[in-house]
Design a protein around this ligand. Sequence first.
Ligand code: ATP
Ligand code: MG
Length: 586
Amino acid sequence: MTRLSKSFFFTLREAPAEAVAASHQLLLRAGYIRSLAGTAGLYAYGPLMQRVLQKVSKIVREEMNATGAQEALFAQLQPSEIWKESGRWTVYTQDGTMFTLKDGQGENAREYGLGPTHEEAVCDYVRSNLKSYKQMPFHLYQLQTKFRNEKRPRFGLMRGREFIMKDGYSFHATPESLNETYQDMYQAYTNMFTRCGLNFRPVEADSGAIGGSGSHEFMALCEIGEDTILYCDEAKYAANVEKALSIPPEPEAIAAGEYAVKPTPGIRTVEEQAKVLGVPISRIVKNIIYVALFAEEAKNYPVLVSIRGDRQVNETKLKNHLDCLDLRMATESELDGWLGLRPGFVGPNAKIPKVRYLADKTVATLTNFSTGCNQNDVQCVSANWGNNDLQLPETIDLDTAQAGDHCHLAPEAQLHSAKGVELGHIFKLGAKYSKPMGVMFAPESGELQPALMGCYGVGVSRLPAALVEQSHDKDGIIWPAAIAPYQVVLVPTTTDANEAAEKLYNELLSIGIEVILDDRDERAGVKFKDADLIGIPLRVTLGRDLAAGLVEVKVRKNGSVVKLPLAEVVVYLSNWLSAELGIAVA
Ligand code: ATP
Ligand code: MG
């Protein structure tokens, strides 16, 4: 599709109502994507979008291949057995992430899932052929459509239910070898996202119950991002809020007083409690009851978390500590059944069957605090751990770091926050999958061991959406030359210019410049609007100035315009593109 008159090309004046994010609106308006039968999270990628995706894929492949990774392709339709081996079938089907299907009816039908990720499939491929440490390390990757029944498909390609991912899996005999590949991938991802023109930041990420420093996310910085990043430039620290550490502010000073139980009828929140009792919120211990959820329901148990009134529980940290599948808040009727209490009146040591007690670090050293007394409509003041039957529970870090907190690495500096969209994620898995799935090898000496694994994902179809979110103006998309669907658009604005445009078009094609000829029978204004909307880096206008031998070149990203002799335009375009791409063009 390079002659618009012979292409299926359309743009919309208005963004469809379904679109909220700027990138979603523009990709729809400019005709890059269309939702399938109005279904959230399912899209057709039109010819322009497909070219963008091919360019992103090429950059991803080049950077992956440069690290020595090998491209492969694994089945998308995955038998349930391998997911049962790893223990993830229940997790993925219970929360509904996996689309499941059967290959027939009746008892003998086999059950499958459409691949949301491929650890199991790759482990199955590797295990039957891995024998010795000498075969490692190696790294297999693929570019493929993934399926996830996302609860909230949003913002167009940002969160689809069918989307394209690059996923890679590396196998190692030693932790040192895994670290080396992890570092290589960190660099490869940095290169990829830089080449694609993104404004991004690598951040420390949650690595689940495995813990450790084994995971980074690469975040595109933009307002609509669903992830919160906390960072401190002084200490070069950046982390996803799910994982971030910080030094919370000191609690407000308060004079020591006599322990007393006071009436607080009907209060529900710490704000109300602070007001009624005249105490600072940072001198309140709030007590929240969760239920830890496991694959077997019988294993579920309540957890009572005590944390300072002005701080929020970080549920990711809590989940990791408990190593459970998920968490939920206890319901009011559960609370009533266990303790006969209404929310707000629970004390730190409330006697609940099977309960586990945890306290956040912010309450461990807190003195003269107010908290619940396990009795409706009263709270105590001037309480201290160790007195009045108040036992300090097991203390860990369960706090949600926030902007304004001090950095734990540079205590004089404060943390700042930003919103991000996750472009990629690198992860040291260790033996998490290789052990249950029996991916074993013979080391240089000693017994068979499970291989150590790393996994590395990039949202190939999310990436251009994040780019558009960062790079657009009121007129449309502004693609960087590296991933623009075409580099140049030629716009003849008079009938007399058609011949010159045709000639220039053929000349540019012959030297490998990616060019669209807008030879539609449309007004110049319509063609200009469309060229801006679809975001082509360079526009060449051939019109009345041709009589004087001149054409006009407009640069999309800064709006600058130059008039040039027609004979010089090819050299001008190829020089501009070479400088932009950092490689010789034509
Ligand atoms: P998120 O937290 O955004 O749901 P994730 O942590 O579940 O992502 P991974 O399993 O790490 O995602 O997948 C690797 C990459 O695939 C992500 O970094 C992201 O760029 C992309 N990705 C994940 N889910 C989607 C989706 N629903 N639509 C588009 N891209 C996605
Ligand atoms: Mg992730």
